[in-house]
Design a protein around this ligand. Structure first.
Ligand SMILES: [Cu+2]
Length: 303
């Protein structure tokens, strides 16, 4: 799968438009820079100090003055039109529009609610390509910033003030990003992963997320389920205080991109989450080695 990590490698229609406007402005600026430095160099050489010679002196030249007001005005007006056009294209009104996905930022992970399916997930954002999507951002605690460079825009996620992002993803692939506003101890481990899929693959994923995971089948997984109940993990993980774990075994990473999701890493996480992600809002649950083995079997089975 192609991985997208750079603003110079746009993956959405909107990001391409933003990048084009950047290139237009860069081109105009480079052109002006070349003219100004060229003329300066010319003047420095042509009118360098020579014995007994001074360039022709004059003041008040109406034609020159009109030109140096008119040309910059035209250039700035042109850039203004480009900027307004891009804003118009990239950020149309959201009035009367329902978001396809609501992202709730937490210290230090992402809660996901898809509508109209009602699917809840965490951290790994799946989206279909080729559709104009509206994403809504809310914060559960402090200011975060949703920053996936290939989407072209940073969206501040502010408590009490939802923000929005329009996305028409053009290329399937993996889009990587991070939280971009310092949001506390775990900020550096608040990764973003977007999996952009064909509409068929996306719908299959969504349908799968809508189903409960299969019940634990092995002995270890069954014991793990009991530990999960006895240790009250659901008090956070079934209330939105912690990530939804219904399909945690199907995700690529743990703890918002901190660890790849392998049984060994799962066990490490359960043993001491603080050692892996400093400050994390998951306590050390004081699990025994057996309990960790059982829980790992149970959680990794939640595909
Ligand atoms: Cu953050």
């Amino acid at each position: 799968m192609t991985t997208f990590t750079s603003v110079l490698n746009p993956g959405t229609k909107q990001a391409s438009e933003i990048l084009s406007s950047f290139y237009i402005m860069l081109g105009v600026a480079a052109f002006i820079f070349a003219i100004v430095t060229g003329l300066t160099a010319y003047a420095v050489i042509k009118f360098r100090r020579r014995k007994g010679q001074a360039p022709k002196q004059f003041n008040e030249n109406v034609r020159l003055e009109v030109l140096w007001i008119a040309i910059p005005t035209l250039i700035v007006s042109g850039l203004f039109v480009v900027a307004v056009w891009v804003m118009w294209e990239v950020n149309p009104s959201i009035l009367g529009k329902k978001p396809d996905l609501t992202v709730v930022a937490h210290q230090w992970w992402w809660e996901l609610h898809y509508s109209p399916s009602g699917v809840t997930a965490a951290n790994e954002i799946h989206l279909p390509v080729g559709q104009k999507l509206l994403i809504r951002f809310k914060s559960a605690d402090v200011i975060h910033t949703f920053w996936v460079p290939s989407f072209g825009q940073k969206i501040d996620v502010i408590p009490g003030h939802p923000n929005h992002l329009w996305l028409t993803i053009e290329h399937p692939g993996l889009y990587l990003g991070r939280c971009n506003s310092f949001c506390g101890l775990g900020h550096a481990h608040m990764g973003i992963m977007v999996v952009a899929q064909s509409p068929e693959d996306f719908n299959a994923w969504l349908a799968h997320q809508q189903q409960p995971a299969p019940p634990p089948s092995t002995d270890q997984a069954k014991k793990g389920f009991q530990v999960f109940i006895n240790k009250n993990c659901g008090i956070c993980h079934m209330t939105g205080i912690g990530p939804d774990l219904m399909h945690v075994g199907s995700r690529e990473t743990l703890a918002a991109g901190t660890l790849s999701n392998t049984p060994a890493n799962m066990a490490k996480w359960l043993k001491d989450p603080q050692a892996i992600k400093m400050g994390v809002k998951m306590p050390n649950n004081g699990l025994t080695t057996d309990q960790i083995t059982y829980l790992t079997a149970y959680l990794e089975g939640l595909k």
